[in-house]
Design a protein around this ligand. Structure first.
Ligand SMILES: [Zn+2]
Ligand SMILES: [Zn+2]
Length: 271
């Protein structure tokens, strides 16, 4: 498996130059939640378009790394969804399958029984692998060699913004209060882990489990609606669960910056 992943990374590196000076600066941008100031680069779009959206997320080695890392880092988790939404606005199939799997695993973690439950959940929710895209070396400066039309369409966040705006009432209660600096008591996975480190159990822990259960149930319904016999059965709440799942696993800042930029643009247009 390790060999397959190494070959995969080698192929991705050969096809797509990493940065103008060829350096690999892993994780430099991970704390930068902003996809508006630094939109998906040509390399990031090319990678998602060429690899993740066309079968790679079904590769067992890739799926295993995604599970271990709870998806991708904050920037790349939203890059994946944004690029997929740009090409498949009504059918974000790859992202939905990835997050259906991750949220089921998260829900299993909360169903642990026995003593020290909070600490054991905290342990289960840790990252055991780095972000695939960061580990290959993709970042805001990466170059890509897809056609100009593909790159332009892929870096456009409008489709994700529309998707988020249409489903906002259902994902907004799931926004992490620390990511959003809003005071909301809800927490994403990373911030929940930080809090559980100091205070395992309690009301907040139960609320976190209920949130994970709701997201998991609705994102599963959304995934099911891609099957022919269930087509059209998904609701806005089911679609919103995909947004909530990405935010819960990786953090909310890029999505919030995209939604806020839309509000700013509308504000300018109104004045
Ligand atoms: Zn990353
Ligand atoms: Zn958070």
């Amino acid at each position: 498996m390790r060999l397959a992943l190494a070959r995969y990374a080698q192929l991705a590196r050969r096809l797509i130059p990493l940065s103008p000076d060829g350096r690999t600066a892993v994780h430099e941008w991970q704390e930068c939640g902003e996809l508006i100031a630094r939109p998906p680069s040509d390399g990031e779009v090319h990678y998602v378009w060429s690899f993740l959206l066309w079968g790679s997320v079904m590769d067992p080695g890739i799926r295993r790394q995604l599970r271990k890392g709870w998806g991708l880092c904050e920037r790349h988790a939203w890059t994946l969804l944004s690029v997929e939404a740009a090409f498949r606005p009504h059918f974000p199939h790859a992202s939905t399958l990835v997050y259906q799997d991750l949220m089921e695993r998260a829900w299993q973690a909360f169903r642990l029984v026995g003593p020290l439950k909070g600490e054991r959940v905290r342990h289960a929710l840790r990252e055991r692998a780095p972000c695939i895209m960061c580990s290959i070396g993709y970042g805001p400066e990466s170059r890509g060699t897809a056609s100009p039309g593909v790159l332009e369409q892929g870096r456009d966040v409008t489709s994700l913004r529309r998707f988020a705006e249409a489903t906002r009432p259902w994902w907004e209660p799931a926004v992490c209060g620390i990511c959003s600096e809003s005071g909301n008591p809800t927490r994403c996975r990373r911030h929940l882990r930080q809090e559980l480190a100091g205070n395992a159990g309690g009301r907040r822990f139960e609320d976190a489990g209920n949130l994970v259960w709701r997201i998991s149930a609705h994102v599963s319904r959304f995934a099911r609606s891609f099957r022919w016999e269930f087509r059209g059965s998904d609701t806005d709440e089911d679609r919103a669960a995909l947004i909530s799942a990405v935010g819960w696993c990786s953090g909310w800042r890029p999505l919030l910056s995209i939604v806020e930029s839309g509000q700013r643009e509308r504000g300018k247009a109104d004045t």
